[in-house]
Design a protein around this ligand. Structure first.
Ligand code: 2RA
Length: 338
């Protein structure tokens, strides 16, 4: 069987990679529709050797497709995802719009694939935030083996998470600074080149940012366990592709670093790179950017807690953090559900 697929937000950083991953993984696409705002209509994207014209999302008839991969921004998904669902299309939405809706499943295929069945509620499946996805792919095997009561995490998130303008800002500032010509920041409130910003998304009344709160809400929903305590700090770093995370967990039962390493070495979607030597750990630039796995290294028992374990988790935020996770959900959907 083949399925007609619409990619919505196709000219964005995630949308473009969604199209290339559909081709890379030979997803059974009958016809691909490339959709974006009126401003981008008429542009072209390449798919399976063909040049496809970008169409205006506003006038598209979603009854023409069975699957919609959305990454157009939350305000756009808010309007068009329900319309597509009502037209019979199953939407996999990469924005934050529906993640907290009780009747919409929030899915990481390696963690809670069974939740996909709830798509029947509104024909919408939510793709989690990139920093949540990579953390839970790494933590799921440990959670299943010994339980997790608490997660402290500091993230080091690349600028591609903000979008194409941020990528251009980092590149431009870096070049200008190397020529000793500072450039006023526009995408971020402060210079991002050679700097780190402890601020992603908006500030909440409790002093956390929305990006940090997403990690709390989404972890508890995906794991189906609101007893898990999560304490995030989300930081933007001058890296183009790949989010890194320093994850410190407290487990219900003791697990050694050796046991964790053995568990993770067999875990789906995970590559362990954990040599206690220079370069024996994964980084965004050298391992994650442009690849699919969630890499885990620096596995060590927490000297300050009897059931503590520390991990370093790195993954490409545009691939596994968004586009790949969405396509993997679609693969399960067409194999087991539609
Ligand atoms: C970011 N996780 O990195 C957010 C959205 N992609 O900016």
């Amino acid at each position: 069987r083949v399925f007609d697929v619409a990619v919505v937000g196709v000219t964005g950083a995630v949308g473009q990679v969604m199209v290339s991953i559909l081709e890379e993984r030979q997803f059974p696409v009958g016809r691909l529709y490339a959709l974006a705002s009126e401003r981008s209509a008429g542009k072209r994207v390449q798919f399976r050797g063909q040049s496809i014209v970008v169409e205006n999302l506003d006038t598209f008839d979603f009854s023409k497709v069975q699957i919609g991969l959305f990454s157009p921004g939350a305000s756009v998904s808010k309007i068009y995802a329900p319309k597509a669902g009502e037209a019979g299309c199953v939407v996999i939405d990469n924005t934050s719009q529906f993640r907290q809706d009780a009747d919409i499943p929030l899915v990481v295929p390696e963690v809670n694939p069974q939740a996909i069945a709830q798509y029947k509620n509104r024909h919408i499946i939510a793709n989690p935030n990139c920093s949540t996805i990579q953390m839970l792919v790494a933590l799921k095997p440990i959670y299943d083996a010994v339980g997790i009561t608490r997660i402290n995490v500091a993230t080091y998130q690349s600028v591609s998470g903000t979008g194409k303008e941020a990528i251009e800002e980092l590149a431009g500032q870096t070049a200008a600074l190397l020529n000793a010509k500072p450039i006023e920041p526009t995408v971020y409130p402060k210079q991002i080149a050679f700097n780190v910003l402890p601020h992603i998304d908006v500030f909440m009344d409790n002093g956390y940012t929305k990006e940090e709160m997403k990690m709390i809400w989404e972890t508890q929903k995906i794991m189906g366990d609101d007893r898990i305590l999560v304490n995030p700090t989300a930081v933007r770093v001058p890296v183009f592709y790949g989010h890194s995370e320093a994850v410190h967990i407290e487990t219900r039962e003791k697990i050694t670093a050796e046991q964790a390493r053995a568990l993770l070495s067999k875990a789906p979607g995970v590559v362990v790179m954990d040599e206690r030597a220079p370069g024996g750990y994964p980084t965004a630039v050298t391992e994650a950017a442009g690849t699919d796995p969630v890499f885990v290294g620096r596995i060590r028992e927490d000297l300050s807690h009897p059931n503590g374990l520390n991990l370093w988790v790195v993954s490409d935020n545009i691939r596994k953090g968004a586009a790949l996770n969405s396509v993997q959900i679609a693969e399960i959907l067409v194999k087991d559900y539609i």
